[in-house]
Structures are given as C-alpha cells and as structure tokens.
Design a protein around this ligand. Structure first.
Ligand code: SME
Length: 151
C-alpha cells in the first residue's frame, strides 16, 4: 500500500478503535476488537492476532484469519524473537528468517509488535502476516505500536 494511503488509513482506524475500546475494559474483548478492525480494514493483512505468554509458552489469543498454531514453544520463531528482543520485528521474507514458524504456508511476510506492562515486561505480542513479501515497513511499526498502547 502506498505510504500516504497507509498513513491515513492507520490514523482513521486508530480513532475508530479508540472509540470502540471506550465500551469495555476486558483485555480479551479489546484484543478481539483490535484484531477485527485491523484485519477487516487493512486489505494486505492475511492473519492478524495476539499471542499471550502463559507459563513460558506463547498461546494464541483473539485473532482473525486462517487457523493458526495454538502454542508457540519457547524461543522459536518470529514471535519469540519479538518477546526476547522486546522490540517490533519486521520480516520482509519469512523464508529467510531462521526458525520462522509457518502456521500457514501462504504467509510470506510478517510484523510482530510487543505488548509491555507498566514495568516494561512483554506479556503478549500482536502478530500480523501478509501473503505478499515486503508488506510491512516502519510506517506499520509506528502505527501498530501506537494502536496497541490503547489496550
Ligand atoms: N510465524 C509466527 C507464528 C505465528 S503465525 O504467523 C500466526 C512465528 O514464527 O512466530
């Protein structure tokens, strides 16, 4: 998606999500709302959802898109790299990321954003996949990081 279109789309969705989240404080409901809005309004999002850290594993949370892996074992794949490095990871070509976990072979690029508690500890990630290579850039990182702060 072209940079300006992407930026204005993210800004519009941010306001929409901000408004929707005023209605409910439950974390699962909020994650579900964020994933539904992003997935349905960003046409290059093929899978969009959350993984939460539970007892040293990443367990899938609310998501939209094709069936995903339910459990990601510790320290494997892009989501765990995001948890361990505590920063957003952009993968332009998943086949070139050692250890990438392919829940669906149609996914070609990916972005994973960490969710941190008040002490800076990562407790979950937002993971988004695309069927095209090179779908995600700094613009996605900037607006997705801003959006998950609404949680
Ligand atoms: N590709 C991720 C696994 C989750 S799916 O993309 C939904 C990973 O390597 O951690």
């Amino acid at each position: 998606m072209e940079k300006q279109k992407k930026e204005s789309r993210y800004k519009r969705l941010y306001s929409q999500i901000e408004e929707l989240l005023k209605k409910c404080n439950d974390e699962t409901a909020r994650m579900a709302t964020i994933s539904a809005v992003l997935y349905n309004k960003m046409d290059y999002f093929f899978w969009c959802g959350f993984y939460r850290i539970i007892e040293d594993k990443l367990i899938v949370g609310p998501y939209q898109g094709p069936l995903a892996c339910q459990v990601l074992l510790k320290d494997k794949g892009v989501c765990w790299a995001c948890v361990n490095l505590k920063r957003t990871i952009i993968v332009p070509d998943v086949e070139k990321f050692p250890g990438h976990i392919a829940c669906d072979s149609r996914s070609k690029s990916e972005i994973v954003v960490p969710l941190k508690d008040n002490n800076g500890n990562v407790f979950a990630v937002l993971d988004i996949d695309s069927k095209e290579r090179n779908s995600f850039d700094e613009e996605d990182a900037k607006y997705l990081e801003k959006t998950i702060m609404l949680l």
